[in-house]
Ligand binder design. Structure first.
Ligand SMILES: *Cc1c(COP(=O)(O)O)cnc(C)c1O
Length: 376
């Protein structure tokens, strides 16, 4: 059986975890947390980074930081993971969904302006498959209407828009190190703070609403309750695991890109015959090889293909179901039809994708794809 995902361990994770344990500091903000923060700030030029227990938590912190109030409107794609929306729903926001591009699940930046009202407070672009949204367009709108931009960069580690790292465009950005992402720590995430205004309050919110971080830096002589907050910081054990992954980022990314290219070449003939569409990397975006997805003709073909692959020992999956049609949101949704989003929701398939997926396995998957389409 070729599974859809398999977490990759570099081998150093347990060594570093042992060190973290021996350091006698396994709560948050220990040596390894600081190493991870420095890695991101040095390699990607992010102003300030804070590890969190998940990307979901980083998004929740972002919603608190921009002071979302009940009734505020937040624009985001409907084709995304629930956390993108939940983080703002928790603060009482109204979610306004924008449609995807025709040829890519990312939100269509040209369809955002009509959705802006006096109540709009933020735009949340999601870089699907680690491929960039059109950030120039989005930032221009944000400037024009004085809105916050929060990047859901959960899938976008080591990816770039016109050469600049994703996660460095929004006032704030959120990354994920969940087991299914390129770089992992089991559960884990990071908030990137590009706007200095949020730097101090971010530390406080992450530390249960206390100024404990300032206290440990010797900036204040006692610490106490100064704001709302929660426990958003991960144990240094998680950071130790993550640091082992970061040290291997280049080789992980290189191997993932090879797998991606192999899939692309193998499946190109099926695209040429008009059976399916391969991913289109926008001209302004890099490709961080987060996933390999394909777009099929319709939902019934997808059901049949997934069955065919399963029968032959290949676990392919689909996701996301349009959020505006979810059980939770469908009765609350009063917006426009989102036809492109619904199309991806019905027809997108993700093929097995992980570091240790070998050449033979990808070839076998390619052959099974061809055998499915033979005679059709
Ligand atoms: C994975 C993912 C998340 C959630 O990340 P967690 O770290 O599991 O909270 C949010 N948004 C998108 C687009 C994701 O892919």
């Amino acid at each position: 059986m070729i599974t859809f995902n398999k977490p990759y361990f570099t081998g150093e994770e347990t060594t570093y975890i042992e060190q973290a344990v021996k350091n006698m500091h396994i709560s948050g903000d220990g040596v390894f947390t600081k190493k991870c923060h420095a890695f991101f700030e040095e390699n990607y030029g992010f102003k300030k980074c804070l590890l969190t227990t998940s990307c979901t938590d980083a998004l929740e912190m972002a919603a608190i930081l921009i002071d979302i109030q009940p009734g505020d409107e937040v624009i985001m794609p409907s084709y995304t993971f629930v956390s993108t929306a939940n983080a703002f729903i928790l603060r009482g926001a109204k979610i306004v969904f924008a449609d995807s591009l025709t040829n890519h699940p990312n939100m269509d930046a040209t369809k955002i302006e009509v959705l802006i009202t006096p109540k709009t407070k933020a735009i949340v672009p999601v870089h699907y498959a680690g491929m960039a949204c059109d950030m120039d367009e989005i930032l221009e709108l944000a400037n024009k209407y004085n809105l916050f931009v929060i990047e859901d960069a959960a899938q976008a580690i080591d990816s770039f828009y016109k050469g600049k790292p994703l996660g460095s465009f929004g006032h704030l950005a959120a990354f994920s190190f969940h087991e299914t992402k390129n770089i992992i720590s089991g559960e884990g995430g990071m908030l990137v703070i590009n706007d200095e205004r949020f730097a101090q309050r971010a530390e406080i919110i992450r530390e249960k609403g206390t100024n404990r971080s300032q206290f440990f830096r010797g900036k204040v002589n006692k610490y106490g309750w100064v704001d709302i907050g929660s426990s958003f910081l991960p144990s240094d054990i998680i950071a130790a695991f993550l640091f082992a992954q970061l040290e291997n980022l280049v080789s992980i990314q290189n191997r993932r890109k090879q797998i991606w290219n192999q899939y692309y070449e193998l499946l190109s003939p099926l695209q040429e015959k008009g059976f399916l569409q391969l991913p289109e990397v926008p001209h302004y975006s890099s490709n961080n090889a987060h996933m390999f997805y394909i777009i099929l003709k319709n939902e019934s073909t997808r059901t049949q293909l997934l069955q065919h692959l399963k029968k032959n020992g290949i676990q392919a999956v689909f996701h996301y179901l349009s959020l505006h049609k979810s059980d939770f949101y469908k009765d609350k949704y009063k917006g426009i039809e989102l036809t492109n989003c619904d199309k991806f929701s019905d027809t997108l398939v993700r093929l097995p994708f992980f570091f240790e997926l070998n050449h033979e396995s990808v070839k076998m998957i390619g052959e099974q794809m061809k055998s499915f389409y033979e005679g059709r």
